[in-house]
Ligand binder design. Structure first.
Ligand code: SF4
Length: 485
């Protein structure tokens, strides 16, 4: 038998957030360490893994649809293990096999990296493993999509229990990777050609390992490794400290972009969401970020139509968007999510049509704000990490500016993976357009392109409970950021 025939091929299908993408890359590393080889062809694979998301019902239904479709690959009796991992696996467990009987294995969020070991001992009976406390936090070498950018998961889980969110129930309590381990991983990634590193965590800025907090970790990576650009997502306003704001201003490796979920502009709704800040706190953090780093880009997440949201509450969100002038936003209308606190405690009393109408109004407002914000980029020269081709035109390259915006420009394929200067000549609500800047102003502007990426996408979420936020619940970091006692 040839070596080619002996190969064990795997294929991973990933849904959901950057954390899931990072998990899939780590899982790929675990599998390749165990002798598996990646394939893009589902028909060639003897192991297909579907890494799932539970944040939205739509995401779960898409995963179920895909799993149902995989049945065709088992029809000829071919040896194939279909494995479901991630948040939906954690949330539904054996219910997945009840609905899709040709699934062989369900692994929850703390068990997914045990896949090679479980496969080695598995017989033909479907199995479900969803116990918490097994996750291996040690390094597994991730298989990255690009050689020049990488994710580094620094925390897992979340202690916040926002009432609309399923994450704490499917990812468990917060766990932090050791600082020494992370700095070493970052150093190895830099040696391997990584230019831009994105630190990941559900509540990334609550990181702590002994005396090292989140700004401390960033500083160590900046000082002790050759990583050139550092990003992170997603921070919680309650943990956004003055030191982090100062780091943006003083550490050139920290990119000038913060994705800071606001969720609502109404204090009453924020309380029902169990978000431990008031709008004035959020507004002051934005103000301080911009005072410290005037060119910083700020993006956000917001949910409209949360239970009990009145027109006046919604107007406060519109006002907050108007005042905050976000560069971009992910906006969703609320939908019930089984298993969340809101689902158990609060009646979803806003009609769907009204939710959609409010969402459309917010998206329309943000589209204009994004357009106006992007006009300020015209004529600027941006250090852009070239990360590939435009999806629509392979003669056009795309890259990420320091502010995290997508820039399109004509250029040679050899530029991919490099940080180059791009002079911005046109901008719409979603994308910047420009040309490679060679130190003189005779640059060649490109024609107008259609938007490349829709950052104002529509997402869903869950329900609301009757939680309260007393002034005592306002975090000390927020008080510090405001100069309050
Ligand atoms: S929305 Fe709230 S509960 Fe969900 S991951 Fe973010 S901070 Fe945690």
């Amino acid at each position: 038998m040839s070596a080619e025939l002996k190969k064990k091929y795997y294929h991973i299908i990933t849904y959901g957030c950057q954390m899931n993408v990072a998990d899939s890359q780590t899982l790929a590393g675990c599998l390749e360490d165990s002798g598996f080889t990646a394939t893009e062809e589902e028909e060639q694979a003897e192991l297909i893994i579907v890494n799932t998301c539970s944040v939205r019902e739509k995401a779960e239904e898409r995963a179920f649809g895909r799993l149902g479709d995989l049945r065709r690959l088992k029809k000829d009796g071919r040896k194939l293990n279909i494995v479901v991992v991630g948040c939906m696996a954690q949330r539904l467990g054996a219910r997945i096999i009840e609905r899709i009987p040709h699934v062989d294995l369900v692994l929850g969020t703390d068990r997914m990296f045990d896949l090679p070991e479980i496969l080695a001992h598995k017989d033909t009976v479907p199995e479900v493993h969803t116990a918490f406390g097994h996750e291996n936090l040690d390094d597994a070498p991730a298989i990255r999509d690009t050689p020049f950018s990488a994710y580094l998961t620094i925390t897992r889980g979340c202690n916040n229990y926002c009432t609309f969110c399923i994450v704490p129930f499917v990812r468990g309590r917060e766990k932090y990777h050791p600082t020494e381990h992370l700095v070493r991983q970052a150093s190895e990634l830099a040696a391997d050609g990584v230019i831009e590193l994105t630190l990941l965590g559900q509540n990334v800025n609550s990181y702590r390992d002994g005396e090292v907090d989140f700004p401390g970790l960033i500083k160590r990576i900046a000082d002790e490794t050759d990583i050139q650009r550092i990003r992170y997502t997603s921070p919680h306003p309650k943990d956004l400290s003055i030191r982090l704001i100062e780091l943006h201003a003083n550490e050139p490796k920290v990119m000038p972009h913060v994705h800071l979920p606001i969720q609502s502009g109404s204090d009453r709704i924020l309380q029902k969401m169990a978000r431990p800040y008031l709008y004035r706190h959020y507004r002051n953090i934005v103000k301080k970020l911009r005072e410290a780093t005037p060119h910083i880009a700020i993006s956000t997440d917001a949910i409209v139509g949360f239970p009990t949201e009145t027109e006046a509450d919604f107007q406060m969100t519109l006002d907050a968007f108007e005042e905050s002038q976000f560069d971009s936003a992910f906006m969703f209308h609320y939908s019930e999510r089984e298993g969340t606190r809101a689902h158990k405690e609060i009646k979803d009393d806003i009609p769907r049509e009204l939710k959609i109408e409010r969402l459309e109004r917010l998206i329309a407002m943000q589209k204009k704000i994004s357009y106006n914000k992007n006009q300020f980029e015209l004529g600027k020269i941006q250090d852009t990490l070239v990360d590939g081709f435009s999806r629509r035109d392979r003669s056009v390259l795309k890259g990420k500016t320091p502010g995290g915006k997508t820039a399109l420009f004509a250029g040679d394929e050899s530029l991919i993976g490099k940080v180059i200067q791009v002079k911005i000549s046109q901008a719409d609500s979603w994308t910047l357009h420009g040309s490679v800047y060679n130190g003189r102003d005779g640059y060649r502007p490109l024609g107008f392109f259609q938007p490349e990426v829709g950052s104002t996408s529509v997402k869903v979420d869950s329900k609301v409970p009757s939680s309260r936020v007393s002034s005592n619940a306002i975090s000390s970091s927020i008080r510090e950021a405001l100069g309050e006692q």
